[in-house]
Design a protein around this ligand. Structure first.
Ligand code: ADP
Ligand code: MG
Length: 243
């Protein structure tokens, strides 16, 4: 029997294609928001966060488009992107995001070798790896006014999801949680990184790393939605999501 019009299932997107699409979306969004991210960092840091991250992500995107990154395995792709970030992005965030991607990639490769992974499992494993990598290197915990204040609530949302919920729903909720988490850094006093030198004067400002982390999780939700054939509006709706 021919499929009913409009009911044909969307062909599953290969994990590595999803990872590549996420990286490309992230690079474009970071580029668009680089001035805002840098302004956030100018208020409580040294004003380089957007510039740094944009340089690293642009290099990753260029490598991706040139076919210079692994395309056989999502984990290997993310790990290679992490090594590139580590080599190119200065400051704390280069080391932290580099380590996050490398740990996420290593975990994905290891787990995918043992069992086939769906989109939700991949997101959970990758985000767990990212958080563990950042925490191991930066020794920050929740409430220290760092990128973890966006990523930990996103991870919590993935862990709390019901067993039958669609990946788009669950990862969309993780992106909402990351944006709420980023906003929650505004009243906090920074206890880690350059902003901690300001002490109480760091309160009243959005943490730049938490803001960029929320962008990265939103890009993942957008990539997953696009893969599911839902509203591929790319980054059109994301402007000002946290601000
Ligand atoms: P730098 O502070 O070296 O100039 P960036 O400006 O690129 O680096 O990144 C600053 C962001 O890095 C902060 O907003 C914060 O979110 C994050 N960060 C700094 N130190 C830590 C840490 N120890 N653990 C987690 N995140 C951190
Ligand atoms: Mg800085």
């Amino acid at each position: 029997m021919p499929p009913e019009p409009g009911s044909a299932p969307v062909a599953p997107v290969a994990p590595v294609a999803l990872a590549a699409d996420w990286l490309a979306r992230a690079a474009r969004q970071v580029h668009e928001r680089r001035t805002w991210l840098t302004e956030l960092d100018a208020a409580i840091g040294d004003g380089d966060h957007g510039i740094n991250l944009d340089r690293g992500m642009a290099a990753v995107l260029a490598d991706l488009e040139a076919g210079a990154l692994p395309t056989d395995d999502a984990g290997r792709l993310l790990a290679a992107a992490g090594r590139r970030m580590l080599g190119l992005v200065g400051g704390a965030s280069g080391a932290l995001y580099g380590r996050a991607l490398m740990t996420a990639g290593a975990r994905l490769t290891e787990r995918a070798a043992a069992e086939p992974l769906g989109t939700r499992s991949m997101a959970l494993i990758a985000l767990e790896g990212a958080v563990d990598g950042i925490a191991a290197l930066g020794r920050a915990t929740a409430g220290d006014k760092t990128m973890l204040d966006a990523l930990l609530p996103a991870l919590e949302a993935l862990r709390a999801a019901g067993p039958h919920e669609a990946a788009t729903t669950v990862i969309g909720r993780a992106a909402d949680a990351a944006e709420d988490g980023a906003r929650s850094t505004i009243p906090l006093i920074a206890r880690k990184g350059r902003a901690s030198y300001l002490g109480e004067r760091s309160a009243g400002h959005l943490d730049p790393g938490a803001a960029s982390s929320a962008i990265l999780v939103r890009c993942l939700a957008d990539a997953v939605a696009a893969a599911a054939g839902i509203g591929d509006d790319d980054d059109a709706d994301d402007e000002g999501a946290v601000a």
